[in-house]
Design a protein around this ligand. Structure first.
Ligand SMILES: Cc1cc2nc3c(=O)[nH]c(=O)nc-3n(C[C@H](O)[C@H](O)[C@H](O)COP(=O)(O)O)c2cc1C
Length: 174
């Protein structure tokens, strides 16, 4: 972005806020891949379903994800230094649903997981995942944008992504 454009944006008169329902309606029509971010923790790890995971930089390899400041997982992101981002595939809606459900132990059965040496949980059955080290946290409205470096990438054989579109879990072609 040029300096001129940055100045123009900064000096523009404030626009009326877009209504939340209208804002959400736009993104309901914009499909996104579904991930589960897990974080080390004692006595239990933490984790949440996220569609905000994006590839950010190739060199160095960086991703970002957004987390609500009110989310129960936020203190684990704020105070932690590592995470695992699992990229869900077709048929893993049950995993996605478990990791949005409030007030349950998301790591209790039927969830199965193992811990990496740093205590990061890796979900059984999710074969594509990234080990991340958290590098920066940027306040962004009611969310925080986490920027993380990819330390390890595991790639599974199933290349059919789980998508979220119009409030529904979908797969390509379905
Ligand atoms: C498809 C989908 C995508 C989501 N993506 C995000 C996300 O990127 N960031 C986020 O903070 N919450 C996201 N959420 C919401 C959280 O997964 C969920 O609200 C949160 O885990 C609730 O946790 P808590 O009740 O323990 O605070 C998403 C929910 C759904 C259904």
């Amino acid at each position: 972005m040029s300096l001129t454009r940055m100045f123009a944006v900064d000096s523009a008169p404030p626009e009326p806020a877009v209504a939340p329902e209208r804002f959400k309606a736009v993104f309901r029509g914009h499909p996104a891949g579904v991930a589960v971010i897990t974080l080390p923790g004692r006595p239990r790890p933490a984790g949440f379903t996220a569609t905000s995971l994006v590839s950010l930089s190739l060199s160095p390899p960086l991703v970002s994800f957004a987390i609500a400041a009110a989310a129960s997982s936020w203190p684990f992101v704020r105070d932690g230094s590592t995470a695992v981002a699992h990229l869900l595939t077709a048929g893993q809606e049950d995993v996605a649903r478990r990791f949005v459900t409030s007030g349950i132990d998301r790591f209790a059965a039927p969830t199965r997981y193992r811990l990496l040496p740093g205590g990061e949980p890796v979900l059984a059955g999710v074969d594509t995942w990234l080990l991340l080290s958290l590098e920066s946290l940027i306040p962004a409205g009611d969310h925080r944008l986490a920027i993380a470096r990819v330390r390890h990438a595991a790639i599974g054989d199933d290349h059919r992504p789980l998508l979220y579109h119009d409030g529904t879990y979908r797969t390509l072609g379905a």
